[in-house]
Design a binder for this molecule. Structure first.
Ligand code: PEP
Ligand code: MG
Length: 930
């Protein structure tokens, strides 16, 4: 049998401090600890103390005691030994339990049995161990049989103890890793199955006392045979074995990987709670169950739970028997014909319902509870804050605030950004996802879930969509020419690209499910097939994607549409709005996107990329004019093309300004390198040549001349406006005329003009002068004032350092953290997906800086910029419009850095609003509107 050494990273003994009090008692209406002592007593121990001892609760809790988390740390730092005095403390507390229960641990006539459970600071469901019925030995069994007059119950409890103990204490805690299906628990289960077969029993409860007694003999022999040791027949040995095994389980494989995923430090350790057993398996007047004080799936204010008569806790979750509902509102299809607790044991149900109300009032939250009924008497075994899904979390937050059960700050802090996200997108049914293995994993670029048939080109996507089919567009990576197909697809999956790649930016803007940089994807366009994680799929095959986690599944999975509950969302966002300081704007480039952003509560547009009018639906004509402009050789040619482009641009801007009436719209001057717009196809080039009256060869030569080796650092951003001032002039004229005409109609608009990719004060000066001059002309012609500002993006480290100078002419700054991250790290925003993933996995960098602002480096530049910019211009408005603007951790950073607003994709606006509210609650800004 292979043995693995269990190693701990917890430091040497000298550094581990132990408090004098190592064991905390609870029971009999008193408790040494309380709910706030989670760090020391673990979640379970702290809540048991609260339920047992708090004057407002004093619930029926079987007495017991908790060994602190400090002992766990000591145990691992001292070669798995205990601090001096612990044995005596445990014995003292056992005596107190004996006094309250009137039973004695290890006594032959009136034996006390105990459970031994783990409890970390934050719950780690199913990760650590529990041992029930500890204290059953050859010596105590006859006494318990006499006392209960129920040999079946006693042998059932004994067989459970042997199963749990041999599995947890004798196998797992000893670092034994058996082969698949060869673990001691499985071997004992097989013996039990054989016994059932032999006796014709269909369920565990059909086994008689005699059967069970015989089984315990078989169990003990098997344990000896497999593990080479006798099952201990001494109550104290069982107790210490169990305590040690729970501490050992803290370093178990499962627990270690769970901690790594959830970022739970190893130093926290687990507590151990030892508690008098309450038996739900003594007969038909006994039961055991679990419940939630409200429905965790819908949030409805209705007590929800299930239970089993004549059973022990593990049976309810094991799924062997269908549990009964506790009341009508917990009834499901499966439990349709089963009696409820309310019907079977009305007295106990009434008491439990009363406890439910007391607990909610006391904790101000929804709780998850465990209870046992022993011979008609109710016992509470556990309570903790209950896990819930997104819609339920939001509903409970609103209801509990309305019911005056919790303050708004409390309920706002309770909803997590990912829970809110669940309300915004359809998702793959989590139940289906649990049962299915992903075939590949990429970067989670666009949220929610989607399913569809594979297509490999944008054109096919559009065609299939027209035929009423749902498709997933699978590409190496996408480019601006794919947008129509991307729009038509349910989701996008790309083999390459990072979090700011074209596919990611576009999909996120639309709130569309998208996975990029999926290393396991290899497309063979010629055969219309794709290899994904060992599977070969063809065009038309179904895929399901979880864009929030980056997981790819084969086939057509069930979906849940959580987006209907928008009224709920609005109500919750109103609560958030009433506490937050940081404004939330949106990145939107079209009238529909702006309308969506506004619907979600955006208070302005922080980025309207002017060039977006050249992509997608209705872009043919303006794109053609733009291409003409790009290919022009002379100023005259360029001006003709710009004049033709002008009405389209003005119209496009006007549409968005109109929907954003009363709010700021930040319109960014043309940014991308011009060659991005040059057509690739021969026929398009020929058509362009004809329009310009030049040959195909001449046009190809002009197109080639535009080629750049490093376009991201080439002729883009403000550099276009410096070399072709007529482009800036045309853009400014379109903006001012659109705004003036709207103002004249009585639609109050606030366009702000933003200059991209700036590094020199002379650049912004040059452009600002041009813009102000155009305004003067438009004002003269139209006679209508426009309230506008001119500002710059901060995307280059040099601009950060020169912020003081830039603020002399610029009225606002907006951090373009996509480019700023690219320029600060020197990582290409389009190509860094692959290695960044590995960087994160190898802990070289904590998170992808294109997703979450790198606070130490890029963040430092942001702080310098804010300080220097506001030194020159006190009221300088500062925002962020890079993709990180919708990321909760980055929003928190922006709140603390004193920014005025964050701007993000419309579908991330609610999340940014929540994050901003939580930041204000965590660390209030003195001046709400900085
Ligand atoms: C940025 O660089 O952060 C930005 C918002 O601009 P773009 O993504 O268009 O370069
Ligand atoms: Mg940029």
């Amino acid at each position: 049998m292979p043995k693995t050494a269990v190693k701990s990273k917890i430091k040497a003994s000298s550094s581990v401090k132990i408090s004098k009090k190592m064991v905390y008692f609870f029971g009999g209406g008193k408790a040494d600890g309380k709910a706030t002592m989670k760090n020391l007593l673990g979640g379970k121990g702290a809540n048991l103390a609260e339920m047992a001892g708090h004057p407002d609760l004093r619930l029926p809790v079987p007495p017991g005691f908790t060994l602190t988390t400090e002992i766990c740390t000591y145990y691992w730092a001292n070669k798995r030994s205990y601090p001096k005095g612990l044995t005596q403390d445990v014995e003292k507390n056992l005596r107190r339990m004996e006094e309250i229960t009137g039973k004695k641990f290890g006594d032959a006539d009136n034996p006390l049995l105990v459970s031994v459970r783990s409890g970390a600071r934050s719950s780690m469901p199913g990760m650590m161990e529990t041992i029930l019925n500890c204290g059953l030995t050859e010596a105590t069994i006859p006494g318990l049989i006499k006392l209960t007059n129920n040999p079946r119950f006693v042998y059932d409890a004994y067989r459970r103890l042997i199963m749990m103990y041999s599995d947890v204490v004798m196998e797992k805690a000893c670092g034994i890793e058996p082969a698949d299906d060869q673990g001691i628990r499985r071997q004992l289960e097989r013996l039990m199955d054989a016994m059932k077969k032999k006796t014709g029993a269909t369920t565990d409860t059909d086994l008689t006392a005699e059967n069970l007694k015989e089984l315990t003999v078989q169990f003990k022999a098997k344990v000896k045979e497999v593990l080479g040791k006798e099952f201990p027949d001494n109550h104290m040995d069982q107790l210490w074995g169990s305590i040690g095994a729970v501490f050992a389980s803290w370093m178990g494989k499962r627990a270690c990987s769970y901690r790594r995923i959830e970022c739970i430090p190893e130093e926290w350790g687990t507590a151990v709670s030892v508690q008098a057993m309450a038996f739900g398996n003594m007969g038909d007047d006994c039961a055991t169950g679990v419940g939630f004080t409200r429905n965790p799936g819908t949030g409805e204010n209705a007590f929800y739970g299930e239970f089993l008569v004549n059973a022990q806790g593990e049976d309810v979750v094991a799924g062997i028997r269908t549990p009964n509902p506790i009341n009508e509102s917990s009834r499901s299809d499966q439990s349709r014909n089963l009696k409820s607790l309310e019907q079977l044991m009305p007295g106990c149900y009434k008491e439990l319902a009363g406890i439910r109300a007391k607990l909610e009032k006391h904790y101000h939250d929804m709780l998850d509870i465990e209870f046992t009924i022993e011979k008609g008497r109710l016992w509470m075994l556990q309570c903790r804050v209950g896990k819930r899904n997104g819609p339920a979390a939001v509903r409970m937050a609103i209801d509990m605030h309305k019911e005056k059960l919790a303050k708004k700050e409390e309920v706002v802090m309770r909803v997590t950004p990912s829970q809110l996200d669940e309300l915004l997108h359809p998702i793959i049914d989590p139940k289906a996802e649990l049962k299915t293995k992903a075939i590949a994993k990429g970067l989670p670029a666009g949220p929610g879930g989607a399913r569809g048939m594979i297509v490999f080109t944008a054109a096919e996507a559009v065609k299939w969509k027209k035929e009423g089919k749902h498709v997933i567009l699978v590409r190496e990576e996408t480019n601006p020419e794919d947008v129509e197909g991307m729009r038509a697809a349910e989701a996008i999956l790309t083999a390459r690209g990072g979090m700011t790649s074209h596919a990611a930016l576009v999909a996120r803007g639309w709130g569309k499910c998208c996975i990029v940089g999926c290393a396991g994807v290899e497309i063979e366009l010629a055969h219309k097939t794709v290899h994904i994680g060992g599977e070969v799929l063809k065009e038309g095959d179904w895929l399901s994607l979880n864009g929030s986690k980056g997981l790819v599944y084969k086939g057509k999975m069930d979906m849940l549409d959580a987006s209907e509950s928008n009224e709920l969302l609005s109500e919750f966002l109103r609560l958030c709005n009433s506490v937050r300081a940081l404004k939330v704007w949106a990145n939107a480039e079209s009238q529909p996107d702006a309308a969506t952003a506004r619907k979600f509560g955006a208070e302005g547009i922080g980025l309207f990329r002017i060039e977006h009018m050249f992509y997608g639906k209705g872009s043919d004509e303006p794109l053609f004019q733009l291409r003409k402009m790009i290919m022009s050789k002379t100023l005259e040619e360029r001006k003709i093309a710009l004049n033709a482009l002008f009405p389209f641009m003005k119209n496009d801007i006007k549409n968005t300004l109109r929907v954003m009436e009363g709010l700021h719209v930040t319109i960014r001057l043309m940014d991308p390198p011009l060659h991005e717009f040059v057509p690739q196809q021969k026929d398009k080039l020929e058509q362009l040549g004809q329009a310009l009256g030049i040959s195909y060869e001449e046009l190809s030569a002009r197109a080639n001349a535009l080629h750049e080796s490093n376009p991201m650092m080439g002729h883009r951003g403000v550099r276009l406006g410096i070399t072709y001032p007529e482009i800036t002039e045309m853009e400014a004229r379109a903006i001012f005329e659109a705004a003036a005409e709207l103002n004249k109609e009585g639609v109050k608009v606030f366009p702000d003009i933003m200059i991209p990719v700036v590094s020199l004060e002379q650049e912004v000066k040059h452009q600002a002068e041009l813009i102000h001059k155009v305004y003067a002309d438009v004002y003269k012609a139209k006679g209508v004032k426009v309230n506008y500002m001119v500002g710059t993006m901060i995307e280059i480290p040099r601009a950060c350092l020169m912020a003081g100078k830039l603020a002399e002419t610029m009225q606002f700054f907006s951090f373009g953290t996509n480019d700023l991250t690219q320029m600060t790290f020197g990582y290409s925003r389009d190509d860094s997906g692959y290695f960044l993933k590995e960087y994160v996995e190898k802990n070289i960098i904590p998170v992808d800086p294109f997703q979450t602002i790198d606070q130490t480096g890029v963040g430092e530049l942001i702080k310098i910029t804010v300080e220097r910019g506001r030194k020159t211009r006190k009221d300088l408005k500062i925002g962020i419009c890079g993709e990180q603007g919708g990321d909760p951790a980055s929003v928190d950073f922006c709140h603390n850095a004193g920014l005025n607003y964050v701007s993000c994709s419309p579908f991330r606006v609610p999340i940014a609003i929540l994050a901003a509210a939580q930041s204000q609650i965590r660390k209030p800004r003195k001046n709400k509107a900085v």
